[in-house]
Design a protein around this ligand. Structure first.
Ligand SMILES: Cc1cc2nc3c(=O)[nH]c(=O)nc-3n(C[C@H](O)[C@H](O)[C@H](O)COP(=O)(O)OP(=O)(O)OC[C@H]3O[C@@H](n4cnc5c(N)ncnc54)[C@H](O)[C@@H]3O)c2cc1C
Length: 380
C-alpha cells in the first residue's frame, strides 16, 4: 500500500529501481570492500535526474516533491545504504541550506554544480564534543575584513573525504547560545581546511566519512549563508526536519531488502525435510516484516505529503524518524534469525543491511533526542 502515489511517482519508482539494479548493484561489492564511493555516480545520476530531483527545474533539478525524493532514497537504500547515504548527505544535507537560505550568487556557484553532480557537498554540524547537544558546538568564525576565520573541527562528516565544499556550522556570536550560530560554505581549497584519513566504519562503508579540521581557515564573508550574523540554528533545523522524513525512506529501503532476502532464503533453506518457510515461526516473522515495511513506507509518504503541503512537521518528522529507525531494528533482527548461521557470514547480503541499518537510530538525531522533541511538541 502506498500513500497517494501518482502515476508520475510510480513511473519514477520503476525508473530509479531499474537504475539501482542495473547500474548501482554491480558496484556495491567493490565499493563496500574498498570503502570507496564510486564518484562517477554523482554525474551519472544527475544525467538521469536522480541526484537532486526535488530542486526546481530552473536550477537544473527535477521539480519533484518530497514523496518522489523518498521513493528515490528507498530504492537506492534497498540496493546499497552506503551509496544512498552519500547521495543524501550531498543533496539533502549539504545542498539544502544553500537552496533554502543561500543568495543567488551562492546558488549559482555551489547549488547548480551540486545538482549537476559536478561539485560534491557535505554538511558539518557534529563535533567531537558536540553531538546531540548542538548548541554546545565549539567551532568559531571571527570576522576579519572581507573574510571569516574559522577554527574548530567537525566529526563523522559523510562525504568529508570526497567533498568539494562543506556547509559548516560555527558560532559568530558565542555569547548568544544557539542563536549566534551561522552556516558557512567552506571550499575544499580554503587555506586551513584539513581532512582526516577516512574513518573505518562498521557499516555504510562506501559512504566516505572523515573528521574535518579548520585551523585559521579563511572563508570569504560572502560564503556565509543568510547574509547576517546569527539565525543559523533555524537553517540547520529546517535542513534536519526534511532529513528526518528521508530517514523514514532509508529505513524502509533497508527493511524491504532484509524482507526480500529473508523470504527468498526461507524458501530455499531446507531443515527437517521442509523449506523453513513452511514453519509457522518463520511465516509469522515474515508476516510481521511485511506489515511493518508497509506501515513504515505509508507513514513516510504521509509525512512527506504533509511537508509538501506546507504543514509544520517538526513533531511528525521526529515521529517518522523514530518509528521507522526503531521498527527497522526488529526487522533486521528477525531477518538475521531467519538466515541462521549463514546470515552471519559475509557472503550473505543480509549482514550488510543489518550493519548498515544499525546506524539509523543514531544519526540525524538519536532516538532519545527525537523522543525529547516529540514530548516537547506534545506539550510535556
Ligand atoms: C556514520 C556516521 C555519519 C555521520 N554523518 C554526519 C554528517 O554528515 N554530518 C554531521 O554533522 N554529523 C554526522 N554524523 C553525526 C551524528 O549525527 C551524531 O553521531 C549524532 O547526532 C549523535 O551524536 P554523538 O554521536 O555525539 O552521540 P551523543 O550525543 O554523545 O549521544 C550518546 C548517547 O547519549 C544519549 N543522549 C545524549 N543526550 C541525551 C539526553 N539529553 N537525554 C537522553 N539521552 C541523551 C544519546 O541519545 C546517545 O544514546 C554522523 C555519524 C555517523 C556515525
Amino acid at each position: 500500500m502506498a500513500y497517494q502515489l501518482t502515476e508520475e511517482h510510480r513511473i519514477f519508482r520503476d525508473a530509479i529501481r531499474a537504475f539501482a539494479e542495473n547500474e548501482i548493484a554491480p558496484l556495491v561489492e567493490e565499493a563496500e570492500e574498498t570503502e570507496t564511493f564510486p564518484k562517477h555516480l554523482f554525474k551519472r545520476m544527475a544525467e538521469y535526474g536522480f541526484l537532486c530531483p526535488r530542486y526546481p527545474e530552473e536550477l537544473g533539478g527535477g521539480g519533484a516533491d518530497k514523496i518522489a525524493e523518498c521513493i528515490l532514497v528507498e530504492e537506492l537504500t534497498r540496493v546499497c545504504s552506503g551509496i544512498a547515504g552519500a547521495v543524501v548527505a550531498h543533496s539533502g544535507l549539504g545542498a539544502m541550506p544553500i537552496y533554502q537560505y543561500g543568495s543567488e550568487e551562492q546558488k549559482e556557484r555551489f547549488l547548480v554544480p551540486a545538482i549537476k553532480g559536478e561539485k560534491i557537498a557535505a554538511f558539518g554540524l557534529t563535533e567531537p564534543n558536540a553531538g546531540s547537544d548542538v548548541a554546545s558546538l565549539q567551532t568559531r568564525a571571527e570576522r576579519d575584513g572581507d573574510n571569516y576565520i574559522i577554527n574548530g573541527s567537525k566529526m563523522f562528516i559523510s562525504n568529508g573525504p570526497i567533498c568539494d565544499y562543506v556547509v559548516v556550522a560555527a558560532y559568530t556570536q558565542p555569547e548568544r547560545r544557539g542563536e549566534g550560530i551561522n552556516l558557512f560554505i567552506v571550499e575544499r581549497s580554503a587555506p586551513g581546511f584539513n581532512v582526516s584519513p577516512k574513518l573505518k566504519k562498521v557499516g555504510n562503508r562506501c559512504t566516505e566519512t572523515a573528521e574535518l579540521v579548520f585551523e585559521d581557515c579563511v572563508v570569504p564573508a560572502s560564503n556565509m549563508i543568510g547574509g547576517k550574523e546569527g539565525g543559523g540554528f533555524k537553517q540547520i533545523d529546517d535542513t534536519l526536519i526534511s532529513g528526518r522524513i528521508t530517514y523514514g525512506s532509508r529505513s524502509t529501503g533497508t527493511a524491504q531488502a532484509a524482507y526480500e532476502l529473508s523470504a527468498q532464503y526461507a524458501k530455499e533453506r531446507v531443515q527437517f525435510g521442509r523449506p523453513i518457510i513452511e514453519f509457522q515461526a518463520t511465516r509469522f516473522k515474515l508476516a510481521e516484516m511485511a506489515m511493518n515495511v508497509d506501515i513504515m513506507r505509508t507513514y513516510t509518504y504521509y509525512t512527506a505529503h504533509l511537508y509538501d503541503s506546507g504543514v509544520n512537521v517538526r513533531k511528525e518528522s521526529s515521529m517518522v524518524k523514530l518509528f521507522c529507525t526503531e521498527t527497522l531494528q526488529k526487522i533486521l533482527n528477525d531477518a538475521m534469525q531467519i538466515h541462521g548461521g549463514y546470515g552471519y557470514m559475509m557472503e550473505y547480503a543480509v549482514q550488510r543491511h543489518w550493519r548498515d541499518g544499525r546506524l539509523f537510530t543514531v544519526t540525524e538525531g538519536t532516538s532519545e533526542v527525537h523522543k525529547m522533541v516529540i514530548a516537547r511538541e506534545c506539550g510535556f
